[in-house]
Design a protein around this ligand. Structure first.
Ligand code: FES
Length: 91
């Protein structure tokens, strides 16, 4: 899955990485938006069934967007703002 930015595209850019892959994001993005709009494709593998997961509720309730961020541990990508320099691993 890749999200496409349809509006609000003029915010300053920030750079982070997902497992070493450069991700171009914008200030104010949630980490989930930054990763999916940046080409991550998915965020984690499900413990309960087949297939990759890329978030579901987008409001911190479903736990479908866990990722690991260096220095922060395991967090929900949908309720965390992306920050420049974040080093993220799929959860
Ligand atoms: S997408 Fe549901 S908790 Fe993040």
């Amino acid at each position: 899955m890749k999200l496409a930015r349809l509006r609000d595209q003029a915010r300053p850019g920030i750079a982070l990485t997902l497992e070493g892959m450069p991700i171009a994001a914008q200030q104010g993005d949630t980490l989930l938006t930054a990763l999916l709009a940046g080409g991550a494709g998915y965020l984690r593998d499900s413990e309960f069934g087949d297939g990759p997961r890329a978030g579901f509720c987008l409001m911190g309730a479903c736990q479908d967007c866990w990722v690991e961020v260096e220095g922060m541990g395991r967090i929900r990508a949908c309720t965390t703002l992306a920050e420049a320099g974040m080093r993220v691993r799929r959860g």
